[in-house]
Design a protein around this ligand. Structure first.
Ligand SMILES: O=C1O[C@H](COP(=O)(O)O)[C@@H](O)[C@H](O)[C@H]1O
Length: 243
């Protein structure tokens, strides 16, 4: 695990953008393409907009980039809650990404069918190779969830790589998520976390004793690669150790 701590959210996002460009270009040089699972929610929008800006747009051959989603809300792709819609507006449209390079979750299906189909889609993409994304981007909820691995949900106990539907009792909604074993197959994993509202969760996940029911992001631990945390000072404020 590596912690990268910056003063401001803009600096965090720029640090992660540079890391994204580096991993993308190394992956393309090594095996001709770059597969990335995007995070959703509010934090990554700034990252996607920066990658699509004139600062970084020409730094990557986007025709060789294949986009997946680490999690998705069970809503139509036109819904304001859709992770796909956010990425489409912030990243895909500004960069004119070919639809063939984008793998959204099919939310017209039932949640269970959507999850099963997405697992098949990922398996087909990797063909006979391991289902190992070059990069998985993640966020951290203030309740210590990541992707849609929420506290006290059955998916936390999965032991084989897959995609699952997750019922959120308090919100009465389904989400679809890569499970932790699949995320952990990734060659590289990066968390983007900023804002003081995340400080308690960052402390719990990184420094508390293992308690995956309450702090599901503790499940994330790349098997072969590295886990990079990109934090701003307020999000890192409750860390007790020196990093
Ligand atoms: O719901 C979600 O939240 C987490 C954290 O999101 P944020 O809005 O607090 O930054 C994110 O990792 C996940 O992809 C998203 O669907």
């Amino acid at each position: 695990m590596t912690l990268n701590i910056f003063d401001t959210p803009d600096e965090v996002v720029d640090g992660l953008a540079q890391y994204f460009v580096k991993i993308a270009n190394e992956s393309i040089a090594a095996h001709g393409k770059f597969s990335v699972a995007l995070s959703g929610g509010s934090s990554p929008k700034k990252l996607y907009e920066l990658l699509a800006s004139t600062i970084y747009a020409d730094s990557i051959d986007w025709t060789k980039v294949y986009f997946f989603f680490g999690d998705e809300r069970n809503v139509p792709q036109t819904d304001s809650q859709s992770n796909y819609l956010m990425a489409k507006k912030a990243l895909f449209e500004p960069l004119y990404i070919d639809a063939a390079n984008i793998y959204p979750v099919d939310t017209t299906l039932t949640p269970k069918e959507a999850a099963q189909k997405y697992a098949e889609t990922i398996a087909e993409f990797f063909d006979d190779d391991e289902m190992s994304f070059d990069l998985v981007l993640l966020g951290l909820g203030d309740n210590s969830h990541t992707a849609s691995l929420f506290p006290y949900t059955p998916v936390l106990h999965d032991v084989t790589p897959s995609v699952k539907e997750v019922w959120l009792e308090d919100q009465q909604v389904y989400r679809i998520t890569l499970n932790a074993p699949l995320i952990n197959e990734a060659k590289n994993i990066a968390f983007l976390v900023y804002g003081e509202g995340k400080a308690e969760a960052v402390h719990h996940v990184l420094e508390d004793d293992e308690d995956i029911e309450n702090y599901p992001a503790q499940l994330i631990d790349s098997i072969t690669g590295d886990v990079q945390w990109f934090l701003d000072e307020p999000a890192a404020a409750n860390l007790e150790e020196e990093y």
